[in-house]
Write a protein that binds this ligand. Structure first.
Ligand SMILES: Nc1nc2c(ncn2[C@@H]2O[C@H](COP(=O)(O)OP(=O)(O)OP(=O)(O)O)[C@@H](O)[C@H]2O)c(=O)[nH]1
Ligand SMILES: [Mg+2]
Length: 439
């Protein structure tokens, strides 16, 4: 039990932290009376994480129904976490199983007391074993194997639960199931061999106690699985068919502020890095069309091996989801990272995700006008023409905006609309080959 507990403990805290932030966003208040500020922009009221109804059904084929062709396991589309089974706390499973087992009566018509008692004992132990093992088996079959998941959800499992913890917990639940089955069978058989009523009663009590002890000792695995299910179910749902805009940039550059401006979502905005600690999904509606907006944790100037899990989450979104990118640059330096460092990160990300539709935004332009001092202190003495240009105006074509003075927001909204429409065109055209019937 201690093993299971310590394993869980190791990722429980960061997980909880991640989730609490996510919930803050998910349950953000909506300003229903907020007037429509920008032309052609209609805000969707039900911004935030969409949660699907939880269904209690298996989507990983049960062993007997497994596809014969094992070479190509069918990868799920996104949404597997919403299909995870409801896991009962281990205590509840045990009490419910015990109640049902105790109600089991001996087979009718056995006149001999000793025979009747050993029949009752064996049947009750068998019933308890089954009542405990069946739900565990259901969980093991219905929690998807990682290989069946969409790569994005695979990376969410790794980055939020810790590498290997998902499989480890499932393995422990399966080990508990196997132990319950073998101990239950063993004691039922001993009980069935009892020679007297008293012996049968003793064997029954012994078997019940043994099963209880095992379940108490190792049931933590079930509770860990319950926590995993809750954590994964709370992950924001992404609709792959819906165009998505992902806000990316260094920490503290104003990404969440722009998400708040572009949508009715209310991600936390604070003047310190890594305020956003998870992938936060929201929706906007422009001209009656629905789009998704993703706020992401900031990226630092460092190589992938040194990145924290929050940065890795951002890269997972860009790597696995077909999103358009809204890259945010803070040339005022107010974010705490120099523009030249932001330039280095930008160049790397731009090159790496060149196939995405892209928009560049220079944020906090109110500060650039007010205080050119911050701007000048940057190493402007560079021969690198591109960097020199970047330090002055950001990347070519970048829109200068300020959520404080509202400068550039209309232009940004229009550009966001255009890029999302283009993204929609990409999604539609990517589906065409599937629909064409080859003669
Ligand atoms: N003056 C000014 N401050 C801004 C503007 N936009 C954002 N800020 C401030 O910049 C700080 C960071 O803003 P956030 O929106 O939280 O930045 P973020 O990029 O989401 O930060 P992380 O989630 O930590 O990566 C906050 O104090 C904002 O009030 C702007 O246009 N002008
Ligand atoms: Mg943020």
């Amino acid at each position: 039990m201690s093993g299971a507990f310590s394993l869980f403990e190791s990722w429980h805290i960061p997980c909880t932290r991640f989730l609490s932030r996510t919930f803050q966003f998910s349950r953000g208040s909506y300003d229903m009376q907020r007037p429509i500020k920008r032309q052609a922009l209609c805000f969707c009221r039900n911004m935030q994480t969409v949660t699907c109804e939880i269904v209690d059904a298996s989507y990983v084929p049960a062993p007997q129904n497994k596809p014969k062709d094992k070479r190509s396991p069918q990868v799920e589309t996104i949404g597997a976490f919403q299909k995870l089974p409801m896991v009962m706390p281990s205590v509840d499973i045990f009490h419910s199983a015990m109640r049902k087992a105790k109600r089991v009566l001996p087979t009718k018509g056995i006149a001999n007391i000793a025979r009747r008692e050993r029949n009752r004992g064996a049947k009750q132990l068998d019933a308890l074993m089954k009542e405990l093992a069946v739900p565990l088996r259901g969980y093991i079959e219905n929690f998807p194997k990682r290989t069946y998941l969409h790569p994005y959800e695979r990376s969410l499992i790794e980055l939020t639960l810790g590498d290997g913890n998902y499989e480890e917990v499932l393995r422990k639940v399966d080990a508990l199931r196997k132990k319950v089955v073998s101990v239950g069978k063993e004691h039922a058989s001993l009980c069935a061999k009892s020679l007297s009523k008293r012996e049968a009663e003793e064997r029954l009590t012994e078997g019940l106690e043994k099963l209880q002890e095992i379940f108490k000792r190792e049931g933590q695995a079930v509770d860990n699985l319950l926590y995993i299910a809750k954590t994964l179910r709370a992950m924001p749902v992404v609709d792959l068919e819906m165009p998505t805009l992902c806000l990316v940039g260094a920490p503290n550059v104003g990404k969440s502020s722009l998400v708040r401006m572009l949508s009715t979502g209310k991600p936390e905005v604070c003047n310190y890095p890594f305020t956003t600690r998870g992938i936060l999904m929201g929706h906007i509606t422009i001209n009656y069309q629905h789009f998704q907006v993703t706020d992401t944790p900031g990226l630092l100037k460092r190589c992938d091996e040194d990145r924290n899990n929050l940065e890795k989450l951002t890269l997972a979104v860009l790597s696995h989801l077909p999103t358009a990118i809204l890259y945010v640059h803070d040339l005022s330096g107010e974010c705490g990272m120099s523009p030249s460092d932001q330039f280095v990160i930008y160049k790397e990300i731009r090159e790496r995700f060149d196939n995405h539709l892209w928009l560049d935004v220079v944020s906090k332009c109110d500060l650039l006008q007010e205080s050119s001092v911050v701007f000048i202190t940057e190493d402007g003495e560079t021969n690198h023409l591109e960097l020199a240009k970047y330090l002055k105006i950001g990347p070519k074509g970048a829109i200068h905006v300020s959520v404080k003075s509202e400068e550039g927001l209309n232009e940004l909204t229009n550009n966001v609309h255009e890029v999302l429409m283009a993204q929609m065109g990409r999604i539609r055209s990517s589906k065409i080959p599937e629909n064409i019937e080859v003669a």
